[in-house]
Write a protein that binds this ligand. Structure first.
Ligand code: APR
Length: 172
């Protein structure tokens, strides 16, 4: 596992000075609560919504990019996680796609450092340990081939999530 390029960090993702932060958006790119709300507030709601309206829509599992506006991060990659419906509606594959599509888009834009929130682990109700395992495994798989990505930060809002990521990274 390319463990030296992955790290766990606890705090508000909007404060990170990286090339990009990832937003756990909805498919209408309409803004919301949770990390989406925090990113809209910190970036500047009107500028970010205008950019999102120009893009229009993002299917579940896909990713789109906007400027970071007032954020310290230069870009925001918006990805849409699956709503947990019991696990038999393709949720694991869709969640994996969020990570791989975000990182592929990042490379296309020359992004070298990026932070992910725990996609789908809040409002969308994905079981946390399963989501964390997917996040760590899929990012590791992508980093093996996307050598230009130097740093991936798993930004966790609380202790509990940070501990789950630490354990998943330690388990390899
Ligand atoms: N920084 C880092 N992590 C955060 C922050 C923040 N500022 N705010 C919340 N989180 C964490 C939550 O604690 C959770 O672990 O982000 C994780 C994802 O939770 P949600 O933001 O609820 O995202 P998700 O479950 O993917 O649901 C997406 O919620 O806000 C709406 O518009 C969004 O409809 C979409 C849905």
């Amino acid at each position: 596992m390319p463990i030296d390029r992955m790290e766990v960090w606890q705090g508000d993702i909007t404060t990170l000075r990286l090339d990009a932060i990832v937003n756990a958006a909805n498919s209408r790119l309409a803004g919301g609560s949770g990390v989406d709300g925090a990113i809209h507030r910190a970036a500047g709601h009107d500028d970010l919504q205008a950019a999102c309206r120009r893009i229009g829509h993002c299917p579940t599992g896909s990713a789109v990019i906007t400027p970071g506006f007032r954020l310290p991060a230069r870009f925001i990659i918006h990805t849409v996680g699956p709503v947990w419906q019991g696990g038999k509606q393709g949720e694991p594959e869709l969640l994996r796609s969020c990570y791989s599509n975000s990182l592929t888009l990042a490379v296309q834009e020359g992004i070298r450092s990026i932070a992910f929130p725990a996609i789908s682990c809040g409002v969308y109700g994905y079981p946390k340990d399963e989501a964390v395992a997917i996040a760590v495994q899929e990012v590791a798989r992508c980093l093996d081939v996307l050598l230009m990505i130097e740093r991936v930060v798993f930004a966790c809002f609380d202790d509990d999530m940070a501990e789950r990521y630490r354990q998943a990274l330690a388990a390899g």
